[in-house]
Design a protein around this ligand. Structure first.
Ligand SMILES: [Mg+2]
Length: 377
């Protein structure tokens, strides 16, 4: 009888690692771009080995995305692509830091048939890493992953996984912190008023579809570029101040949309407490990771506040990042900008292995050779 193949060996980590990575155009890219596809596969292979029990404390992965939960969980363009690569994040920071969801039912708890395993599963029971990681407070909400449209057509999400799809548990403490002092109805009206004033030559402006929005995330798209974005920001701040829609001025993140080739821009209007950087701080605290054990990676404007967190060990700006981002972050000592031909997940992998931006990497570059990633991405 043929012996089953041996699992790939662990890749030793020099120290603990919590990686907070953007999703689109960072961990996965355009399916038609073979550079992205190869990089995603190499990253998945290597990260699986960084999570091996033999690593001591396995690496942890937080997906930190602008997508809301319905546009990630069980979605054919998002979570299902990660699962096809064999990559399962521990935590999902969604909606530009407005929500935090902990994975429930992974590892031992899931195989034993579910039940009341959520608390231990969130804290890191997988592969023996739980002893030093405190589980966050108990969750009040349990959200099952499902297809983007619950229209009964099936073929996605839970059904493809035999009805045992991953479950994401919303962190109510974070949601409450984000929403403090924020009047959702008044905020919506303030954004509507700002749009109606057509600031700065803004054209063809509209709210994005409902599944991209929620009480703490108001996303619009428009034409008019940077000038319109800046004028819209001023109009939004003025309307919020005039109406008392929030206690503090809102956070506004704007940038060109990848799908329009830069013609259309998006703007996310969020509570001040949200944002990818603040949410990462919260998650790292809940998982008891120190600043020197954190790496982040991203490519676009809504990643900037995460990448700019000055006390993290390393921020990785991928080679396909927007030029504005490379220029604004490139001089910070903890930031490593990948060469422009080192794109997406290949750049993330190289950023973990190379020296620079906060010291030596987490792994020996040579150790990644067998994972297909190599040290030179
Ligand atoms: Mg991105």
């Amino acid at each position: 009888m043929a012996m089953p193949p041996l699992p790939p060996p662990p890749i030793p980590l020099r120290q603990r690692l919590l990686l907070s990575s953007d999703f689109d155009d960072t961990l996965v890219g355009n399916r038609a771009d073979p550079r992205h596809s190869a990089g995603s596969a190499a990253f998945a292979a290597a990260f699986t080995r960084l999570r091996h029990p033999g690593c001591g404390t396995p690496a942890r992965l937080a997906i930190n995305t602008g997508r809301t939960l319905p546009l990630f969980a069980g979605h054919p363009d998002a979570e299902l692509r990660l699962e096809a690569l064999g990559l399962r994040p521990d935590v999902l920071i969604a909606g530009v830091g407005t929500r935090v969801y902990w994975r429930r039912g992974r590892g031992r708890g899931r195989r034993e048939g579910g039940g009341a395993e959520a608390h231990e599963a969130r804290g890191g029971e997988e592969a023996g890493g739980g002893a030093e990681e405190r589980a966050p407070p108990p969750p009040p909400l349990l959200l099952r992953a499902r297809a983007p449209r619950d229209d009964g057509t099936g073929g996605q999400g839970e059904e493809e996984r035999g009805g045992r799809g991953p479950r994401w548990v919303e962190d109510a403490a974070w949601t409450a912190a984000v929403g403090e002092g924020w009047d959702a109805r008044a905020a919506r009206r303030a954004v509507e008023d700002a749009l109606a004033s057509r600031p700065g030559g803004m054209a063809a402006a509209r709210f994005q579809r409902d599944e991209e929005l929620h009480a703490h995330k108001l996303t619009v798209s428009f034409e008019g570029g940077r000038g319109a974005a800046d004028a819209f920001r001023a109009a939004v701040v003025e309307r919020f101040a005039a109406t008392g829609a929030s206690r503090e001025p809102p956070r506004l993140v704007a940038g060109p949309t990848a799908s329009s080739g830069g013609r259309r821009w998006y703007a996310d209007v969020l509570p001040r407490a949200a944002g990818k950087g603040n949410a990462l701080r919260f998650v790292a605290g809940a998982m008891r990771y120190g600043a020197d054990e954190i790496a982040s990676a991203g490519d676009s404007h809504n990643d900037e506040c995460m990448l700019a967190l000055f006390d993290q060990r390393r921020a990785i700006v991928v080679g396909n990042a927007h030029a504005e981002l490379r220029a604004s972050l490139g001089r910070l000592p903890h930031v490593w900008c990948a060469p422009e031909d080192c794109v997406g997940a290949a750049a993330v992998l190289r950023g973990l292995a190379c020296a620079g931006g906060g010291g030596e990497g987490w792994v020996e570059a040579a150790a990644l050779d067998g994972a297909g990633g190599g040290g030179d991405g």
